[in-house]
Design a protein around this ligand. Structure first.
Ligand SMILES: Cc1cc2nc3c(=O)[nH]c(=O)nc-3n(C[C@H](O)[C@H](O)[C@H](O)COP(=O)(O)OP(=O)(O)OC[C@H]3O[C@@H](n4cnc5c(N)ncnc54)[C@H](O)[C@@H]3O)c2cc1C
Length: 316
């Protein structure tokens, strides 16, 4: 992994750094490269533009590690609002939503959520799944750091009893993930495979890029050979190539799996794959809480970090 990755992800947890970065005017330009807007209207317009380009979309209302109940409720309301807005524009055939359970209460302490954070997040997720179903689309549960994996997969299992279309995310950097892929490679099961974006200890995660890539390929094999619907989330040209050849080796037709990339990253590649008949879904984050998301993207790309720091210094 990049030498800068760990310190940057640690720095991202500092509230002073957060305040500084969030209020720097220069942030806006960098943020816009990764986040098309803060409002429902802005993100629905961005979705329509992507759909016009032959792409599909998953929307993420930014915010995580919620510590108060009102904020969790506001996040649920934001999802319900955006789902209605997508339906009103006739976009739900091409757009779904991605939800972080920590944003809807998964880790609220007992004095704030006497029913327990896990239960509250499940009920909130149900509300979003119902709104998605009514709008004609579905939900994917994002995966956060490894301390949340068991709780998130348990919530997924519960949700799938009523909303079997609900998607999961697995992270190839975790040692456990190949097994999790086996558990989830059943018919109708939508699974997004990504490398993983958090700063994880050696005890649970591969630290070396090559090992993560090898694990990614092993997981791809399990998912593509299985009965589910794999969602291949990576910008890595090698992983895209390997996934394409594994898909044909396992007799998968385009449309029985999809590629996913983040908004603003390799947009030409997104259009190229779509032009070849592949389903390509763009993950579009929106909202005011862009800080943690931006820091994870910068940690992945040291080139972006040096550009960002130079801009900050020159504006001082
Ligand atoms: C749709 C989607 C959803 C995701 N959801 C989650 C989630 O729920 N939980 C989670 O932990 N993580 C999630 N991630 C993030 C993911 O785990 C990785 O951190 C992130 O995608 C970087 O890994 P990578 O596979 O793209 O390749 P990397 O290993 O970061 O990069 C490999 C190669 O890809 C190319 N590349 C990468 N970035 C760029 C760029 N900016 N511009 C040009 N080329 C580039 C370069 O050739 C690079 O060498 C998601 C990612 C995507 C795409």
């Amino acid at each position: 992994m990049s030498l800068l990755r760990q310190p940057l992800l640690l720095l991202a947890r500092s509230s002073q750094v957060k305040r500084l970065v969030s209020t720097m005017p220069v942030s806006a330009g960098i943020v816009r490269g990764y986040v098309p807007g803060e409002s429902t209207d802005a993100v629905v317009a961005a979705t329509a533009a992507l759909v016009d380009d032959g792409l599909t979309v998953t929307l993420d209302h930014l915010g995580e590690d919620t510590t108060d109940r009102a904020q969790a409720e506001a996040t649920v309301a934001a999802y319900v609002e955006v789902l209605k807005a997508l339906a009103a524009r006739g976009l739900t055939r091409h757009a779904e939503v991605s939800v972080k359970l920590s944003a809807i209460g998964q880790f609220l302490p007992d004095d704030v959520a006497p029913e327990g954070g896990h239960r509250l997040a499940l009920e909130n997720a149900r509300t979003i799944c119902r709104a998605a179903r009514n709008a004609g689309t579905s939900v994917t549960l994002d995966m956060e750091d490894h301390t949340t994996t068991d709780s998130t997969l348990a919530i997924l299992r519960d949700l799938r009893k009523d909303f079997p279309e609900t998607g999961a995310v697995l992270q190839a950097y975790l040692h456990r993930t190949e097994d999790d892929c086996r558990q989830l490679a059943y018919e109708g099961s939508r699974v997004r495979l990504c490398k993983g974006a958090y700063n994880e200890p050696e005890s649970v995660a591969y630290q070396d890029r090559l090992e993560v890539d090898r694990s990614y390929v092993r997981c791809l094999k399990v998912l593509l050979a299985g009965q589910g619907y794999p969602m291949i989330a990576t910008h890595d040209p090698r992983m895209v190539e390997i996934a394409s050849s594994l898909a044909s080796r396992f007799g998968r037709q385009p449309g029985s799996y999809e590629f996913q990339m983040l908004y603003g990253i390799r947009p030409e590649e997104q259009k190229r794959l779509a032009g070849e008949g592949e389903t390509v879904r763009v993950y579009v984050p929106y909202g005011q809480e862009w800080y943690g998301y931006l820091m994870r993207r910068l940690a992945e790309r040291p080139q972006n970090l040096s550009f960002f720091l130079t801009s900050l210094i020159s504006k001082k």
